[in-house]
Design a protein. Sequence first.
Length: 343
Amino acid sequence: MKQISRPGLAALLLTLRRLGTIVGIAMILVGSSACQSGYTGEMESLTIALVPTEINALLYIAEAQNFFAANGLQVTLTEEYDSGATAAAAMLNGEADIAAAAEFPIVRQIFNKKDIISLGTIARYENTYMIWRTNSGIGTIKDLEGKKIGVTLQTISAFYLGRSLQLNGMDIQQVTLVDVRAAEAEKALVNGEVNAVVTWEPWVSQINQRMGNEVITVPLQSNQYAYWNLVSTTAWVNEHPGALEQLIKSLIQAEDYIADHPDEAKAIVGKQMNFDEAYLEILWERYQFSLSLDQSLIIAMEDEARWMIKNNLTSETEVPNFLDYIYVGGLEAVKPDAVNIIQ
């Protein structure tokens, strides 16, 4: 056997080390690439109709962190709607596969005999307020009798207004409702078109920042959370069960990202909404960003249905069984402990 000289042996060992390093780096790069894509099958496309709002934080983070793509989805977020109600209506009209909306539009569309179901709550929130001018002569909600109130009709803000009036010994027939889009609330108040407005964030904070001591702001939710849901139709779910599970996986990753990287998560949402850090910090406390299907959602929908019946906002006289309009299969398959509904 031919012997290798010491210099030759050293050179050989150095070469082997370099080769090992190159192979190791190659393996790391391959592994990193696989982690980034995470999915090698056929991509499925879906469109989600949205009102541009920070309540969509899980969706924005999933998009920014490429969680959708990693789970085999090509998601288009269509943000051309002014409320969850109009986004849900657009979905029902075929403009999107899924929409994000509060529970109130779901109740309303169920009363309208539409095929609509909640796929899961992606945020709970308290962000609805009534605002009136300091010099308006209005001191409390009881002073609103006979006054004009701007509110986006057919949204959950109308329900919170009605319930607040009821808690103060009034009903919604004792005021005049003016249909005002949330983005137009400040204009309607400044121009004297209404005596008060009911609106939600971020418009509430913007009005307070601009008008300061000129306005009085009163919370309307009485510590009751609203539920921001992903909604679709049974027809879509039956045809795309895999896409739904991939969507839920992506949003759970976004939920985990918020828990593990709160500052980075806020930065993503702040950039999406063009909010500065201080402003976003104020808003952030009003939301709980997590996927769930809780019994409290059913209770809220039943409460809203009874209010609609009482105020003749529907021709129906019975509260539906809302379990028939909740799809637990997607969330249960991916995160079963997030489903807490009595069936």
